[in-house]
Design a protein around this ligand. Structure first.
Ligand SMILES: [Zn+2]
Length: 81
């Protein structure tokens, strides 16, 4: 028997079940997320079915970090040491 699991289990960190909606960047509770999707073995949680639909239409757009090439080029290109 694994008797160690007791009432204290409810006191787990809330962040444990919080995910970020990759579409609108909202924080979503994994336990009550209105929409869930799987992509490349990862589970994504959404605040609304509409966000899930947008994600599934073009998942790459949301899972790959945005490359702000222009901005970085300006930030670092202008630096003179
Ligand atoms: Zn959303």
């Amino acid at each position: 028997m694994h008797g160690a699991r007791a009432v204290g289990d409810r006191g787990r960190l809330e962040e444990d079940v919080m995910a970020i909606d990759p579409v609108c960047k909202m924080i979503v509770d994994e336990r009550s997320a209105p929409a869930v999707s799987q992509y490349k073995g990862k589970t994504y949680y959404f605040c609304a079915p509409g966000c899930k639909a947008a994600f599934e239409e073009d998942p790459e757009r949301f899972v790959t970090p945005k490359k702000r090439k222009g901005l970085f080029a300006r930030l670092f290109g202008n630096r003179k040491s």
